[in-house]
Design a protein around this ligand. Structure first.
Ligand code: GAP
Length: 511
C-alpha cells in the first residue's frame, strides 16, 4: 500500500508539473530531478517561509528580545582546503558494496542477509545466504526470492526468517560475504567487500586538470557560513549571539539515491549556524529544537506525522555534543519515520578547524563578558527539497468520489496555485469578466485562468494542483455580480460578490 502511494505521488508529480526526472528524454540520470512549474513554486513558498522566519522576522529569544540572524549566499565551489578542514575530504565516506555481475552499487549498511532454510518433513537444509535491501519490504522481498530457491532445490517449505534473523552484510566475515547472493542477482559471491566511497563530487577549476586544480561541489551549505563568520562580524555590527542563514544547492554523490527526491545527488538545504557563548549553547540548542519543530508544523504538517529523534551517543560525530532529528512519517518509512532536519550542537569544532587550517583569527571578542573565545554553534540543517517531498506526501489525499480521485490538500499558504478562475462557457461575456478578475488577482496571488474543457475537468486539474479555491463566472454573474467559490477540501460551492473575491482570498490565505 505505502509503496503504491509513493508510486502514485511520483506519477502525479510528473502529470501535474511538480517534479520531472532530470534528462528524461535521454533516459534520465539516477539521483537527479527537475522541479517543474508547480514544484518550483511550492519549493519557493517553503524557501520564502524559512527565510522570513529565520532572517527577516526571526523569533523572540528566551530572554524576550528579538534575536538577530543575517543572510548569506556563498559560492558552491570554495577553496578545496575548506573541505580538508571540515573533515569532508578525510571522513565524508559511506561504506559501499558493488555487485560484480550487475554493476549495481549499494550502501553496505543498507544490505541485510538471512539464510534460506528449506524444510522437508523433519529435515532442514540451508540453501545459502540471500541479501536484500533493508526497509519495509525486506522480508517480503526475501520470501519471494527464497521460495524460488526452495523450488529449485526440490520443493518443500521455506522457513521465513524473523526480522532479527537478518544480519548486516558489513558485519559478516569475508568468508560468509562471499557466499551471499546479492539483492539483484541469482549467483552467490558477486558482492565486493565494503569499501569507503567519498561522497563529494569533484571537478577542476581552470584550464589544467590535475591535482592542483581539483575542486569540490559543496556537500553542505554550512561551511560557506563558517568561512564568512569573520566577514560578517567585521561588516555587519552583529554581536554574539547571532546567526547566519543560507539556502542553496548541495551535492552528494550518494551511493544509492532513492525514494524519489528524499535522497538525491543534487538537492537544496536550508541551514543556519547560531554562534553563541559556550556556556549558553545548551539553552540555545533546546530553543532551536522547538523553533524548528514549530516551523514545520506551521507549514500544515500534522503533529502526529512529525517526531523528534535524539541521536544516540554512538551516532554523534566526535565533535558533536548533541544532535536531534526532526523526522517525518514518509509513505516509505511508515509506520516508522525518516529524517527531515537535523539540529546539532557542534561545539566550536568548525571555527577551530578553519582557524587552524587558514590561520585566520576566528576568535570573537565579547565586550560584555570582556573575554575572547571561539563561539559555539547550534546548527539547524533542514532539507528544502526533502521538505517539498514532505508537503507533497502530506497533501496527497485519495477521494474516490471526485473525478480526479486525488486532491492535494496543501495548506493554502503553501499551495503553489492559490486559485483557479474559470468562465463557465466561452460566450455571453463570461471570458471577459473572468479575465478581468484574473488580472485583478494575479498581482497578489498565483492564479490560473482556464477556459478549456468541461468545468468538471478544470476542477479536477485544480484538485491535483492543490489550488484551495476556484472562482467560476457563470450566467448569474451578469445578473447579480456574484461568482461561485468552490472549496478544494469540501468540493462545496457557494456564491460571493465578485468584488469580494480579493478580500475572501486575503482572509483565507493572507497577504
Ligand atoms: N550541515 C549539516 C548537514 O548537512 P545533514 O544531516 O547531512 O547535515 C541536512 O543534512 C539535511 O539535508 C537533512 O536533514 C536532509 O533534509 C537534507 N539532505 C541531506 N542529504 C540529502 C540528500 N542526499 N538528498 C536530499 N536531501 C538531503
Amino acid at each position: 500500500m505505502a509503496e503504491n502511494v509513493m508510486e502514485e505521488i511520483v506519477a502525479l508529480c510528473k502529470r501535474r508539473g511538480f517534479v520531472y526526472p532530470a534528462s528524461e528524454i535521454y533516459g534520465g540520470i539516477n539521483g537527479f530531478w527537475d522541479y517543474g512549474p508547480l514544484g518550483v513554486q511550492l519549493k519557493n513558498n517553503i524557501r520564502d517561509s524559512w527565510w522570513k522566519t529565520m532572517v527577516e522576522c526571526p523569533p523572540i529569544g528566551p530572554d524576550g528580545h528579538p534575536i538577530c540572524i543575517v543572510g548569506l549566499d556563498s559560492s558552491i565551489i570554495q577553496n578545496p582546503k575548506t573541505w580538508v578542514a571540515s573533515g569532508h575530504v578525510g571522513g565524508f565516506n559511506d561504506p559501499m558494496v558493488d555487485c560484480r555481475e550487475t554493476k549495481s552499487r549499494y550502501r553496505a549498511d543498507h544490505i541485510k542477509c538471512a539464510q534460506v532454510v528449506q524444510a522437508k518433513g523433519e529435515e532442514k537444509h540451508d540453501l545459502g545466504w540471500l541479501a536484500v535491501l533493508e526497509g519495509d519490504q525486506m522480508i517480503v522481498d526475501f520470501e519471494k526470492r527464497a521460495k524460488k530457491l526452495v523450488k529449485k532445490a526440490g520443493g518443500g517449505e521455506l522457513i521465513t526468517p524473523e526480522f532479527d534473523d537478518f544480519h548486516l552484510f558489513m558485519n559478516m566475515t569475508p568468508e560468509i560475504q562471499q557466499q551471499v547472493t546479492g539483492p539483484d542477482t541469482k549467483t552467490p559471491g558477486t558482492l565486493t567487500e565494503p569499501r569507503m566511497f567519498n561522497l563529494m563530487f569533484e571537478s577542476y577549476a581552470g584550464a589544467i586538470q590535475d591535482e592542483s586544480s581539483k575542486v569540490y561541489l559543496r556537500p553542505e551549505t554550512a561551511q560557506g557560513i563558517f568561512l564568512n563568520f569573520k566577514n560578517t562580524v567585521d561588516t555587519m555590527r552583529v554581536k554574539i549571539p547571532f546567526g547566519i542563514a543560507q539556502i542553496g544547492k548541495a551535492f552528494r554523490n550518494e551511493v544509492t539515491p532513492r525514494n524519489f527526491i528524499f535522497r538525491s545527488r543534487e538537492f537544496e538545504q536550508m541551514e543556519m549556524e547560531w554562534f553563541c557563548p559556550p556556556d549558553d549553547a545548551r539553552q540555545w540548542y533546546d530553543f532551536w529544537k522547538q523553533q524548528r519543530m514549530d516551523w514545520w508544523l506551521s507549514l500544515g504538517i500534522k503533529k502526529e506525522n512529525l517526531i523528534f529523534r535524539d541521536h544516540d551517543d554512538d551516532e554523534l560525530a566526535h565533535y558533536s555534543k548533541a544532535c536531534v532529528d526532526v523526522e517525518y512519517k514518509y509513505p516509505f518509512t511508515a509506520p516508522g519515520f525518516g529524517e527531515l532536519e537535523g539540529i546539532a550542537h557542534r561545539g566550536c569544532f568548525d571555527l577551530t578547524q578553519h582557524k587552524e587550517h587558514s590561520k585566520a583569527k576566528l576568535e570573537y571578542f565579547d565586550q560584555q563578558r570582556n573575554e575572547r573565545y571561539i563561539p559555539h554553534v547550534i546548527e539547524p540543517a533542514g532539507g528544502l527539497t526533502r521538505g517539498l517531498l514532505v508537503l507533497l506526501c502530506e497533501a496527497y489525499t485519495i477521494d474516490e468520489s471526485r473525478p480526479s480521485k486525488v486532491v492535494m490538500k496543501f495548506d493554502p499558504k503553501m499551495a503553489p496555485v492559490k486559485a483557479g478562475i474559470f468562465p463557465l462557457v466561452n460566450k455571453d461575456g463570461m471570458p471577459e469578466i473572468a479575465e478581468k478578475l484574473y488580472l485583478e488577482l494575479r498581482s497578489k496571488y498565483v492564479c490560473q485562468f482556464d477556459s478549456k474543457q468541461s468545468i468538471g475537468k478544470r476542477y479536477a486539474r485544480m484538485d491535483e494542483a492543490g489550488a484551495p479555491y476556484c472562482f467560476t463566472i457563470d450566467g448569474q454573474t451578469k445578473e447579480d455580480n456574484t461568482v461561485t467559490v468552490r472549496d478544494r477540501d469540501t468540493a462545496e460551492q457557494s456564491r460571493i460578490s465578485i468584488d469580494k473575491v480579493a478580500g475572501f482570498l486575503a482572509e483565507k490565505i493572507g497577504k
